[in-house]
Design a protein around this ligand. Structure first.
Ligand code: 5GP
Ligand code: ZN
Length: 104
């Protein structure tokens, strides 16, 4: 957690283009966008990957999708993709759960 890049963004120790924040979640722009809009919808709780989520995280995970919907609407995206990379073999680079929202 101390050295987790996204925890550092959450603690404001590392800079990021933060576009939304509440008590449980932070949303910031991906540093290397794969689409015109590329946001990382990130719970503040340090969970390494979807493999480690637990029943208590049910509501938190659901809220990520609702926030993605709201952000996409705000950005006037008619269609978009939502993606979790899971595990190194699944393309996950940052070991802190985040939902990718991409759209053009
Ligand atoms: P993953 O492959 O783990 O699902 O995705 C990690 C994403 O985080 C990548 O799309 C990458 O571009 C982005 N990323 C990596 N380091 C940083 C950073 O320091 N700041 C921001 N805003 N995004 C980052
Ligand atoms: Zn973390």
């Amino acid at each position: 957690m101390m050295n987790c890049l996204f925890c550092k963004i959450i603690r404001k120790e590392n800079p990021a283009d933060i576009i939304f924040e509440n008590a449980e979640t932070i949303i910031f722009k991906d540093i290397n966008p794969k689409a015109r809009i590329h946001l990382l919808i990130t719970p503040k709780k340090h969970i390494p990957s979807i493999k480690e989520v637990e029943d208590v995280d049910r509501e938190l995970l659901g809220s990520l999708i609702l926030l993605a919907r709201d952000m996409a609407k705000k950005e006037n995206l008619r269609g978009y993709k939502l993606l979790f990379n899971v595990g190194q073999e699944g393309g996950q680079i940052i070991d802190h759960v985040h939902l990718h929202l991409t759209g053009n």
